[in-house]
Ligand binder design. Structure first.
Ligand SMILES: *Cc1c(COP(=O)(O)O)cnc(C)c1O
Length: 373
């Protein structure tokens, strides 16, 4: 089989989605499945839907178009604020878009009227992450402008956390966000149907409080796909962290002298060599590099030491159990590594379902983790 290869267990993705959907349902919160890390892959999107997510969302129109063309039938949201030059495509392929610029919404309105469709808009509110969003004090004014635009329906509001600033939202911030829905209704009238309280980083809040206020939706990618909390990088209790594996191949194994075969021009650089110089060192090269993925986001094979990576090579020191040329090595990925490998042109993707195995509960890592309660 080809490498690099991503092996995907759809049963684990379905389990993660279902667990989160059921537990959040008890708090009046629906889940939108976010497919941007897997490039809008229809098989994975379907596994999320089978797990009970309410709709799908992606940051790119191209990915949502892929989902549309594969016949996946559900509500599709564009969660990156639209690129102005793409408004026609957005109207064609997305039911909902998240917006923070009135000029863009005005263009969406024109495009919607031109195609005789209704397009739903969610206003994204700046609640402290300082990436995209309308400042809370301007929200009501913008909402009333949106309501006057033909072809556009104001569907709700959304907050986003932990993208630029890696911090969980706190109870006070979420309370303030929730109240904004009431403020819009009080001053411009329409029912604010969707109050979307963020991404996987908001799960700690959702499971940590009974008072979820008006928040009735979360948009989850990482928690469903990798079973981890994006802020702490810890496993979320009850979820699988190994739905995805990256399989790579050993392309060279040799003992090489640790002592460099050339002299350093700058003697100070020698001081950077931490491994004793005299020893021969067994090195293996894996056929994966910076062009394929985020090398820093990969787990290393047991006992190995990372020596470096270039665009197409990853070099490891293997003290025991030498790897031979042609051996396959299985690695786990974080979200950033997953996102990069799924969009790399040379990646093969295979799906399997562990149907033969009993449905064992995922084991827990040691240490603190967020419990899905
Ligand atoms: C990426 C993204 C999400 C999903 O984030 P996860 O951490 O993967 O759950 C949700 N909302 C927006 C706006 C995003 O950009």
């Amino acid at each position: 089989m080809n490498t690099p290869r991503v092996e995907i267990d759809l049963i684990k993705i379905r389990h993660n989605a279902r667990t989160l959907v059921q537990r959040l349902k008890a708090r009046g919160i629906t889940v939108t499945g976010v497919t941007k890390a897997v490039r809008g892959n229809p098989m994975i999107a379907q596994a999320m839907l089978d797990g009970g997510v309410d709709g799908l969302a992606d940051s790119r129109v191209s990915n949502l178009t892929r989902l549309n063309k594969s016949g996946i039938d559900c509500s599709k949201s564009l969660i990156r604020t639209p690129i102005l030059s793409q408004t026609d495509q957005i109207i064609q392929f997305c039911d909902v878009s998240f917006n923070s610029e009135i000029d863009v919404i005005a263009e969406l309105s024109k495009a919607a009227c031109g195609s005789k469709v209704k397009h739903s808009v969610i206003l994204i509110v700046e609640m402290g992450d300082m990436r995209e969003g309308i400042l809370p004090e301007n929200l009501v004014t913008i909402a009333s402008q949106v309501m006057r635009l033909p072809g556009i329906e104001l569907k709700g509001i959304a907050a986003n956390f932990a993208c630029l600033n890696n911090i969980h939202p706190d109870i006070d911030t979420m309370k303030r966000f929730s109240e904004l829905a009431n403020e819009i209704e009080a001053s411009c009238g329409p029912y604010v149907e969707t109050v979307s309280g963020g991404n996987s980083a908001s799960l700690a809040w959702a499971f940590g409080t009974r008072a979820t206020g008006r928040v009735n939706n979360l948009r989850l990618g990482e928690a469903i796909l990798l079973g981890t909390d994006p802020v702490t990088r810890e496993q979320i209790g009850g979820l699988y962290v190994d739905a995805f594996s990256l399989v790579v191949e050993v392309i060279e194994t040799k003992d090489k002298p640790n002592k460099p075969l050339f002299t350093f021009a700058n003697p100070a650089l020698r001081a950077l060599h931490l491994i004793p110089e005299a020893a021969e060192q067994s090195r293996s090269i894996l056929g994966i590099g910076k062009q394929d993925t985020d090398i820093d986001g990969l787990t290393l094979p047991k006992g190995s030491v990372f020596l470096g990576a270039t665009s197409d090579h990853m070099v490891l020191h293997m003290p025991s159990a030498q790897l031979r040329v042609g051996d396959e090595v299985k690695l786990q990925m974080n979200y950033s590594a997953l996102m990069r490998i799924m969009t790399a042109p040379d990646t093969s993707v295979i799906f399997f379902e562990d149907i033969g195995k009993p449905n064992v509960e995922p084991t827990k890592d040691n240490g603190p983790f967020l419990e899905v309660v």
